[in-house]
Design a protein around this ligand. Structure first.
Ligand SMILES: C[S@@+](CC[C@H](N)C(=O)[O-])C[C@H]1O[C@@H](n2cnc3c(N)ncnc32)[C@H](O)[C@@H]1O
Length: 286
């Protein structure tokens, strides 16, 4: 069995300002289309109205920020904040091509920066809050971005045990690579699956009226329309998971690739690969 790199959570650091951001950008349309149903559900929950000011944390390529700008209209304002300069440049470009005037994108670390327009009426984030090395002070900073009585709406992945798409992929990788035991709550996509932990983070930062709604549905791995081969390549080359596989070398990669193709073959329909997923849609009052 090949050995993974020595990282405390079994995953390489999430270098969003560098390589992770570049990788997300390279597959932006696939990533955004995979999580679009969750974005739509969170936007429905937030139900923004004309004139509101909204900050979108870890906005990535800015799809959700553009939807928010359209919802709040000319009298409102949407700010996308992201640590990756490359993603911010692309998000700005896409918004100007869409002809949106009430939108801006800033590069910065949401754990520490304070945007010029703060305090906002609303704070939004689809999967942008699970990567802070020190989540407690970071959530306090998010609270300071909101006015008193403002509201937060965020999407977080539920635990990996409730996400068969991720659990099955990891199961295959573990058959080939000796992974260190993951550290619960270590920064990463599944850091905030536990409700009690998220409630504690929010309450410690001064939020109240916390609600959790479960979103369950399909992850179209590789994006809608992907065949098993392109979905397997997407996982190994586009997703962070690929970092676990690379140290194993070409042979290990080839057998993991074949197992992933088999897995996706068993989980496909006319619209591509389809596997179960679960996320939390959380709201809270500042
Ligand atoms: C999983 S992606 C989600 C992107 C986007 N919200 C979406 O749903 O398409 C996570 C995003 O969070 C950003 N991010 C991670 N840590 C951050 C931080 N400390 N401050 C600001 N953005 C951060 C990353 O650069 C990346 O764009």
């Amino acid at each position: 069995m090949a050995e993974a790199g020595k990282n405390p959570d079994g995953l390489a650091a999430h270098d969003w300002a560098g390589e992770a951001g570049t990788r997300w950008l390279a597959q932006l349309d696939r990533f955004e289309s995979m999580i679009e149903p969750i974005g739509k559900a969170l936007l429905d929950q937030a139900a923004y109205t004309a004139g509101e000011t909204v900050v979108d944390i870890g906005c990535g390529g800015g799809w959700t920020t553009r939807q928010i700008a359209a919802m709040v209209g000319d009298t409102g304002f949407a700010l996308g904040l992201d640590i990756s300069a490359d993603l911010v440049a692309t998000a700005s470009d896409r918004a100007s091509r869409a002809g949106l005037a009430n939108i801006r994108f800033d590069q910065g670390d949401a754990a520490t920066v304070m945007p010029a327009e703060a305090p906002f009426d609303r704070l939004f984030s689809r999967f942008g809050l699970m990567f802070f090395p020190q989540p407690y002070p970071a959530f306090e900073n998010l609270r300071r971005m909101l006015r008193e009585g403002g509201r937060l709406d965020i999407a977080l992945w539920a635990p990996i045990a409730n996400n068969p798409w991720q659990r099955s992929i990891m199961g295959i990788i573990k058959e080939h690579i000796d992974l260190p035991k993951p550290e619960p709550r270590a920064p990463g996509p599944f850091a905030m699956g536990e409700q009690d932990y998220v409630i504690d983070l929010l309450q410690s930062a001064g939020f109240s009226d916390i609600t959790f709604d479960a979103w369950t549905g399909d992850q179209r791995v590789g994006g809608p329309g992907s065949d098993p081969e392109s979905a397997a390549s997407f996982v190994l080359d586009g997703m962070h998971i690929g970092d676990l596989v690379r140290p194993g070398g070409a042979e290990v990669r080839a057998s993991i690739y074949r197992s992933l193709v088999d897995l996706f073959e068993r989980n496909r329909d006319a619209d591509g690969v389809r596997m179960g997923a679960k996320a939390w849609l959380v709201s809270a009052k500042a």
